[in-house]
Ligand binder design. Structure first.
Ligand code: AP5
Length: 191
C-alpha cells in the first residue's frame, strides 16, 4: 500500500486513522485541512485567503488548493507513497488528481471510505470544539460542513467505486477497532 486516500464526512476519523497508518506504512500523511489551518495560524497570504472558507465550513476554492497539492505530491519525500486526508473533496479535484497521477506514473492503490452516521459526527465535533476550540467545530458550522460534504464530496464514493478502488470501513467503532479493521482490509501490520 503506497498511495491511499481517506474519504468520509467531517469528523469521520480520517485524520486519526491517517496518522496511525502513516506511521505503520512509513509514508507521509498529507492533510489539506492541516495545511490550511497552519497557514491561517501563521497568517500567510494563503492563510488570509483561506480563513473565511474554513470558518464558514465551505470548501476553499480549487484555485488555491490544486497548485498546493501538486507541489506537495511532487516533493522528494512522497516518492515512495502518501496518505491523502481531505483531498480530493469534489469531482474537479479528483479529476485533477487522476491527471496528476498519470503524469507522475503514481497510481492510487486504494480509497478508504470511513462511514459514520451524522448524529455521531455532530456529537464528536461539538465535543472537540468544546475541548480544543477549533473554530469550525460549532454546531452550525458542523452542519454546514456536512451539507457541503453531501453535495460535493459524497459523489466521489461512486467516482472511485467505478474505478474499483473503493473500500468502506465502519468508522463508528472505538478508534483501535477502526485501526484494526483498516489494517485487515489493507493487509498492513497494525502494531
Ligand atoms: P479538514 O481538516 O479536512 O476537516 P474535516 O474533514 O471537515 O474534518 P476533520 O478533519 O475534523 O475530520 P476527520 O475525519 O479528520 O476526523 P478526526 O480524525 O479529526 O478540513 C477543514 C476545512 O479546510 C474544510 O472545511 C475546508 O474549508 C478546508 N479544506 C480542507 N481540504 C480542502 C480541500 N481539498 N478543498 C477545499 N477545501 C478544503 O476526528 C474528529 C474527532 O473525532 C476528534 O476529536 C477525534 O479524536 C474523534 N474521533 C476520531 N475517531 C473516533 C472514533 N473511532 N471514535 C470516537 N471518536 C473519534
Amino acid at each position: 500500500m503506497a498511495r491511499l486516500i481517506f474519504l468520509g464526512s467531517p469528523g469521520a476519523g480520517k485524520g486519526t486513522q491517517a496518522k496511525r497508518l502513516s506511521q505503520t506504512c512509513q509514508v507521509p500523511h498529507i492533510s489539506t485541512g492541516d495545511i490550511f489551518r497552519t497557514a491561517v495560524a501563521m497568517q500567510t497570504e494563503l492563510g488570509k485567503k483561506a480563513q473565511f472558507y474554513l470558518d464558514s465550513g465551505e470548501l476553499v476554492p480549487d484555485e488555491l488548493v490544486l497548485s498546493l497539492v501538486e507541489e506537495r505530491l511532487t516533493a522528494a519525500d512522497v516518492a515512495s507513497g502518501w496518505i491523502l486526508d481531505g483531498f480530493p473533496r469534489n469531482v474537479d479535484q479528483a479529476t485533477f488528481l487522476d491527471d496528476l497521477q498519470q503524469r507522475l506514473d503514481q497510481p492510487i492503490d486504494c480509497v478508504v471510505n470511513l462511514e459514520v452516521p451524522d448524529e455521531v459526527i455532530i456529537s464528536r465535533l461539538v465535543q472537540r470544539g468544546l475541548q480544543e476550540g477549533r473554530s469550525d467545530d460549532t454546531e452550525e458550522t458542523i452542519r454546514r460542513r456536512l451539507d457541503v460534504y453531501q453535495a460535493q464530496t459524497e459523489p466521489l464514493i461512486d467516482f472511485y467505486r467505478c474505478r474499483q478502488k473503493l473500500v468502506s470501513v465502519d468508522g463508528n467503532q472505538p478508534v483501535d477497532e477502526v485501526t484494526a479493521e483498516l489494517a485487515k482490509v489493507l493487509e498492513v501490520g497494525d502494531d
